[in-house]
Design a protein around this ligand. Structure first.
Ligand SMILES: [Zn+2]
Ligand SMILES: [Zn+2]
Length: 241
């Protein structure tokens, strides 16, 4: 009898913990008992991400990026640890609102050729801060002064020029957070526009000169020394049209 039951147990697997025989097996245990004692997935319940309240960019691994829910989801996925699972994939949904993004769904993966799935729910809190660039811009920082001088006093032309400057800022802003207007000073024959970034000021000047057939006069002044010992310059682009 004893021999018979030994042969029987060799032929048919049974779970040493719950006795189940008709379930998939992982490392000698039935799938359910194995998962009870092995945590194959580790994830935080809540995480916090910083967002600039002014430009709305997100701080991801030390760098600022334009806001996107996909970027938040990718960042959260990096925080889900699944060491032993193979052929991992994620099926997640993100529900954003003002202060947080709720990420729900599941992680699928294989262990010993057994397909396993784990439901997940992570709350991403959005902490509102001011990024470095926005904080210096709010203190009237600028690298370029764009001086536009008009030969005729036609107001529609003034408006058109300002629109070109604004559109240039919007276009460059994704890559360059300093591409923002910090101040506009109106004069009798034109205006001075102060712009955070040198490149953005230069590009706006070139577009205006090109559009209206004007000339650009460039100059710069020294504005101290930065932390790395490099001299900082402020650039002036004077466009007469
Ligand atoms: Zn079991
Ligand atoms: Zn910002």
């Amino acid at each position: 009898m004893a021999l018979l039951s030994l042969i029987y147990s060799m032929k048919k697997r049974f779970c040493p913990k719950c006795g189940a025989t008709n379930k998939p097996f992982i490392q000698g245990f039935c799938k359910d008992c194995f998962l009870e004692t092995h945590s194959l997935i580790e994830l935080p319940q809540t995480v916090e991400i910083e967002q600039c309240k002014k430009c709305e960019k997100l701080l991801v691994n030390g760098k600022w990026f334009p806001f996107s829910v996909e970027r938040i989801v990718d960042w959260v996925r990096e925080k889900i640890k699944t060491k032993e699972l193979e052929n991992k994939r994620f099926e997640v949904n993100a529900q954003p609102n003002e202060e947080k993004v709720l990420i729900t769904g599941k992680v699928l993966g294989e262990l010993n050729d057994e397909l396993l799935e784990f439901p997940i729910g992570i709350e991403v809190k959005i902490k509102q801060v001011l990024c470095h660039n926005c904080s210096i811009l709010s203190a009237n920082y600028y690298e370029s002064r764009l001086q536009v001088r008009f030969e005729s006093l036609s107001k529609p032309k003034w408006k058109h020029v300002l629109t070109i400057i604004r559109e240039t800022m919007v276009e460059l802003f994704h890559r360059d957070s300093l591409a923002q207007i910090t101040n506009i000073e109106k004069l009798k024959n034109g205006f001075d526009v102060y712009i955070g970034s040198k490149r953005a000021g230069k590009m706006a000047a070139e577009r205006i000169a090109h559009k209206f057939g004007g000339e650009i006069t460039r100059s710069f002044s020294l504005a101290g020394i930065d932390k790395s010992g490099k001299t900082k310059k402020k650039f002036t682009f004077l466009v007469r049209i």
